[in-house]
Design a protein around this ligand. Structure first.
Ligand SMILES: Cc1cc2nc3c(=O)[nH]c(=O)nc-3n(C[C@H](O)[C@H](O)[C@H](O)COP(=O)(O)O)c2cc1C
Length: 192
């Protein structure tokens, strides 16, 4: 059974991202996956991104030395077969709430500068991206940056890009969107 971890980067509780996630998660569960959803915006304790202290590189565990809620998310990421990043497009990037978690993923890689190699528990997992926005400008650019992370980490990658999502909640008005979210879930559930 695949374990899917969804990281919801939207600060809006019942907005477009939450709706896309709910359709996706419902279908993934039907397909037998175990789905866990984490709202980045509601993590109680978090520092502002990676401090670049590099202490994680000096210890054997894949763990951040900052013991906050993001560190717990990093542990969940290691247990998952599939990690889905779900975010609204904010100024042609992911939301800051999600980016904060992504930068802390530094601790999930151990680099060996002598051989220019790294080890990581991310290797072999699947990455999904659910990205919605008012218009389609910028969706491909952000998709590309997530794909670069997946390629670098040797993870498979697939995405659901949703333009015309407009105001929070309006994603429901897009024709055929539930079906697209369900199809994406089926693809992802089979990916890992
Ligand atoms: C701070 C902020 C920045 C945004 N930047 C963009 C943008 O650059 N391009 C775009 O098409 N939509 C932009 N939007 C619109 C959202 O991406 C879009 O409405 C999204 O579907 C909202 O998802 P949510 O309801 O889950 O928060 C922005 C919205 C906010 C609040």
């Amino acid at each position: 059974m695949n374990k899917i971890l969804i990281l919801n980067g939207s600060p809006v509780k019942n907005g477009n991202t939450a709706k896309l996630i709910s359709w996706f998660a419902q279908e993934a569960r039907v397909k037998g996956a175990r789905v866990k959803i984490v709202r980045a915006a509601s993590l109680a304790s978090k520092v502002n991104g990676c401090m670049s202290c590099r202490a994680c590189q000096k210890m054997p565990k894949y763990e951040c030395v900052v013991k906050d809620d993001v560190n717990d998310v990093l542990k969940e990421m290691q247990k998952a077969d599939v990690i889905v990043f779900a975010t609204p497009l904010y100024f042609y990037g992911p939301s800051a709430q999600l980016k904060l978690i992504i930068d802390r993923m530094f601790s999930l890689y151990k680099w060996d500068n002598k051989t220019d190699t790294f080890t990581s528990p991310m290797r072999g997992k699947a990455m999904g991206l659910i990205l919605s926005a008012y218009e389609d400008i910028g969706l491909k650019a952000v998709e590309e940056s997530f794909k670069l992370i997946a390629d670098y980490s040797q993870m498979s990658f697939s995405s659901l890009l949703v333009p015309d999502a407009r105001e929070s909640g309006e994603v429901e008005k897009i024709k055929g969107i539930r079906g697209r979210a369900r199809d994406f879930a089926q693809k992802i559930a089979a990916a890992a």
